[in-house]
Every structure is written in C-alpha cells, then in structure tokens.
Design a protein around this ligand. Structure first.
Ligand code: HEC
Length: 111
C-alpha cells in the first residue's frame, strides 16, 4: 500500500516535470522565422510599448529609445528577452519573443 502511494507520487511528479518541459519547448520559437522582421515594421512598436517605460532617459540602462541604442545592446537584449526571459519583468507572449529573436537572428535590419 505504502509503496504504491510512493509510485503514484513519482508518476504525478514526472507528469508535472514533463509538462513544464513541454511549455519550454513550445516557447522556444527561434528556429521558426517565417517572416522577414525589421526594426521599423515589427520591433520598434514592441519595444516602445514593452521596454521604453523603464529603459529611457532618467530610467534604467540600457537606453532602448532608438535603433542605434537597441543595436548597441543587442546581445544583452537577446539574452534578457529570448534566453533568460527576464525582460520585460511582466513577460512577453511567445509570438512577441519570436519577433525579437528572429529579428536579431536575421541580422537586425532597420527597415
Ligand atoms: C518595469 C520596468 C522594466 C521594463 C518594462 C523593462 N525592463 Fe529591462 N530592466 C529593468 C531593470 C530594473 C533592469 C536592471 C535590473 C535587472 O537586470 O533586473 C533591467 C535590465 C535590462 C537589461 C540589462 C541586463 C544586464 O544585465 O545588463 C536589458 C538588456 C533589458 N533590461 C532589456 C529590456 C527589454 C528589451 C525590455 C522590453 C522587452 C525591458 N528590458 C523592459 C526594468 C525594466
């Protein structure tokens, strides 16, 4: 009786673990860039609504208010948004992460 309880806990536990793994896989969309993304067409609106409230003059570095500023912090942006998913603190949708991720992987064209 006791051992079957332990076994069922192990099964439930591994189900929880595998469902978390599944979520991570579906959020990792970096291999699936079906659009040519540009800063002007796709990225600036996202950064303006999700990042600039904190990352602008008088706020938290790095500044992200112009193409040149975003380009200067590109690796840090990729790391925070795509890899660590720590920015913005409120999180992005998988589609929004994909825009940033694909745009950087495509060489971050301005337009
Ligand atoms: C609510 C405020 C807020 C928003 C919105 C926000 N950030 Fe940040 N960001 C911070 C703070 C605070 C830090 C510094 C502390 C930290 O790293 O957590 C930071 C740090 C960073 C860093 C530097 C990390 C490092 O270690 O050098 C980058 C890059 C960054 N944010 C990118 C972004 C991007 C891109 C967005 C939008 C997708 C964004 N942030 C949205 C508050 C914010």
């Amino acid at each position: 009786m006791k051992s079957s309880l332990i076994i069922s806990r192990i099964i439930v536990g591994s189900l929880v673990i595998s469902s978390c793994t599944y979520d991570e896989t579906t959020e990792n969309t970096t291999g699936d860039c079906d659009t040519n993304y540009t800063y002007e067409a796709h990225v600036v609106s996202l950064i303006t609504s999700e990042c600039v409230s904190c990352h602008s003059a008088g706020g938290q570095p790095p500044m992200l208010t112009t193409y040149a500023e975003v380009e200067a912090s590109l690796q840090a942006v990729k790391n925070e948004v795509v890899i660590e998913k720590t920015m913005p603190p409120s999180g992005l949708t998988a589609d929004e992460i994909k825009i940033i991720s694909c745009w950087i992987d495509q060489g971050n064209p301005e337009n």
